[in-house]
Design a protein around this ligand. Structure first.
Ligand SMILES: [Zn+2]
Length: 271
């Protein structure tokens, strides 16, 4: 599943081919995504010039003078820049044909992605208005996390993955950040100390920023279809390493299921 760093990498990858350029054509081959693509999508964007490509949580916002496209990659979606002559693949659901000579093409086998156009402030759109702070913003700091964990008996890993607390901390980054902060994923959130909250916030920011940076080094690959997500190039300490030796203490990494997600941790390093 594309996580926040992959979405940010995508945003940076596609922006140069879009910003300042006009939409010549919009082609929809499959309207049935997570929600149906509205019938006025094409007429809303054709002839419009892209002013900015932004991100909020895992949504990419493509801004025009008349409104904003709000798109989500879902479970399996990806955006590529292709030439107009590029052959179509199965599950290529929509295109924006730009006057830059590039076509922005959305591919999504599972169709959990989404595409909305709004002529209002996108931050007030129903999908965005209740979103919690960005993990890489100043609003997400030790005080904020410490206060949010008081009186919460839920496991800390589940709390930091809750998008009502902070957006975009997916399973892989939650697991890695907890290892770096030396906190067990099972620990009740209310038992996190203020110092641990500070450490965990720093760890979350570090793993996400590193993934964005790694993704950023592969931007030139964005015009072909096999760019690897940043996290595969990051040195992982626990994620998908069950049974392997901890890189710090050599104990075997453990795995268990928590909130229907696999959690990986070192019982020696994390308390
Ligand atoms: Zn260990």
């Amino acid at each position: 599943m594309p996580e926040l760093p992959e979405v940010e990498t995508t945003r940076r990858g596609i922006a140069p081919a879009l910003v300042g350029h006009r939409v010549m054509a919009a082609v929809v081959r499959e309207r049935r995504l997570r929600w149906p693509i509205a019938s006025n999508f094409e007429s809303s964007v054709i002839g419009q010039t892209v002013r900015a490509v932004e991100r909020r949580a895992k949504y990419i916002l493509i801004r025009f003078d008349t409104g904003t496209l709000i798109l989500h990659l879902g479970m399996s979606g990806s955006l590529r820049l292709v030439k107009p002559s590029a052959a179509l693949k199965t599950h290529d659901h929509w295109d924006l044909v730009m006057d830059s000579g590039w076509v922005l093409r959305f591919h999504d086998p599972r169709r959990f992605g989404s595409l909305h156009f709004t002529s209002d402030d996108p931050q007030c759109h129903r999908l965005l208005k209740r979103l919690a702070p960005e993990p890489l913003s100043e609003a997400f700091d030790a005080d904020y996390l410490y206060r949010a964990t008081r009186k919460r008996s839920v496991a800390i890993k589940q709390l930091i993955m809750n998008s009502q607390l902070v957006v975009g901390v997916g399973n892989i980054y939650a697991s890695e950040a907890l290892f770096r902060a030396r906190i067990s994923p099972r620990r009740a959130a209310c038992r996190i100390t203020k110092a641990e909250a500070a450490k965990l916030v720093r760890s979350i920011k570090t793993v996400l920023a590193a993934a964005v940076k790694i993704g950023g080094t592969t931007l030139r690959d964005y015009t072909n279809a096999d760019g690897e997500p940043g996290y595969f190039r990051q040195k992982l300490f626990v994620y998908e390493r069950a049974g392997m030796a901890c890189r710090v203490c050599k104990t075997h990494i453990k795995q268990f299921t928590q909130g229907q997600r696999s959690t990986y941790w070192c019982a020696v390093c994390q308390r």
